[in-house]
Design a protein. Structure first.
Length: 405
């Protein structure tokens, strides 16, 4: 694909703003429809009806997966429960099938391998529970599933990279080229894409339309955060290949909290709800602390629930998983169940701190209406992340699809 490739688009009128549900869950919290009205561009990339012949049923809200806890080698600790709010977006059931269908062929996975990640769109349903604009929701859902496609290529034995730094470099370079192409724009220097992996092309198609809806400040954040994520994926591969030992858990999580991409997800709250956090407020130490606390809590939650999948993908080796549970086991020589329990308690402490930070920011003189609205929505992302972890247990799903496509 080069400069002249086109995509099927559907564009909203400038100034369009979605109506949002006020219905909360668990804590009784309500999300106000505060914020600036902004320029809104959403895409509808039409699915290929031949591409997704195997239906994958989404898990209904509130229904525990048959895999969530049952049949685990490493049982989940009772402490692994969030204190944050969460809510399921009802439009997900109408949108998700076309999102997944469009991404299957570009994933380069077999249907069985794709089935292992197809329901990751549930993260969209719980990360952005109050969107009613179906076009914009579709964009976010495709971004979420495509991110998990890239993630599985990075870390599974049937992926293109399988945690090998030598294999990672040329593919991650393609992602850097995506960012360069976005920055260059249609009038910029041509960036060739004819050699990109199909899932990288898919990423560009999605990211381009998100990018076009952002203002210049948000675009700089977008490129910076996705570049940091790409850098961190190479760091993970190198650390695993070199069998790096960590002297402190915080050292590990400085890399891990970036590689799980919570910061780009938090940034997407601005896109999802037509909000703009001014740059001086974005850089405020209290908001930066909130980002750090929430992203660390989110990845600790993920590490607890994804540990079994990562060990499975590492051939059953606990030390082969790039995961906080593995780090604690090696650092302290403790059983896996004790390491999980420690992480769960740390996660709870971080969530409580995040709640206090949100209350502080919402009452701060320096925070505008959009920022106050924005920080409240971040709590729903982390609460939703926990909820999806309890539903979508990928550790035991479709593991038989292990060979290369």
């Amino acid at each position: 694909m080069g400069r002249h490739n086109t995509y099927n688009l559907k564009t909203n009128q400038p100034g369009h703003r979605s109506n949002e549900s006020e219905r909360g869950h668990q804590t009784g919290s309500q999300i106000p429809a505060a914020g600036r009205s902004g320029h809104s561009i959403a895409l509808s990339l039409q699915p290929n009806p031949r591409a997704y012949r195997r239906a994958v049923q989404a898990v209904a809200p509130g229904v525990q997966s048959v895999y969530a806890g049952a049949g685990r080698k490493y049982p989940l600790p009772a402490e692994a429960v969030t204190v944050l709010p969460y809510h399921y977006n009802q439009i997900h059931a109408r949108i998700d099938a076309q999102s997944r269908q469009w991404l299957l062929e570009s994933s380069l996975f077999t249907p069985e391998q794709y089935n292992r990640l197809a329901n990751t769109g549930l993260y969209t349903a719980y990360f952005y529970p109050f969107i009613t604009d179906e076009d914009r929701y579709d964009v976010l859902n495709r971004q979420m599933i495509n991110f998990n496609i890239i993630d599985d290529h990075l870390e599974t034995p049937y992926g293109d990279i399988d945690r090998q730094a030598a294999k990672a470099s040329p593919i991650l370079d393609q992602l850097y080229q995506v960012y360069a192409k976005l920055l260059a724009g249609p009038q910029g220097e041509h960036v060739s894409a004819h050699h990109w992996k199909p899932y990288v092309l898919g990423s560009y198609a999605i990211q381009e339309h998100i990018f076009s809806a952002l203002n210049d400040v948000q675009r700089r954040r977008f490129i910076q955060l996705w570049t940091e994520w790409t850098d961190s994926m190479m760091t993970e591969c190198l650390d695993l290949n070199n069998k790096k030992e960590y002297g402190h858990l915080d050292e590990f999580y400085e890399v891990r909290r970036i590689s799980v991409a919570f910061m780009p997800i938090y940034l997407m709250c601005e896109y999802a709800h037509n909000l703009f956090v001014p740059e001086d407020e974005w850089r405020n130490p209290r908001l930066q602390r909130l980002f750090k606390v929430l992203s660390k809590a989110g990845v600790m939650c993920n590490d607890i629930y994804s540990f079994e999948k990562e060990v499975l993908d590492a051939g059953g080796r606990v030390d082969g998983a790039y995961n906080g549970v593995s780090v604690l086991v090696r650092m302290h020589g403790i059983p896996v169940v004790d390491a999980m329990r420690r992480l769960a308690r740390m996660c709870r402490e971080l969530e409580l701190e995040a709640q206090e930070l949100v209350r502080e920011i919402q009452s701060a003189d320096w925070a505008c209406a959009d920022t106050r609205d924005y920080v409240q929505r971040l709590l729903w992302i982390n609460g939703g992340n926990w909820k999806v972890c309890t539903i979508l247990d990928r550790s035991l799903s479709s593991v038989q699809g292990r060979g290369k496509p």
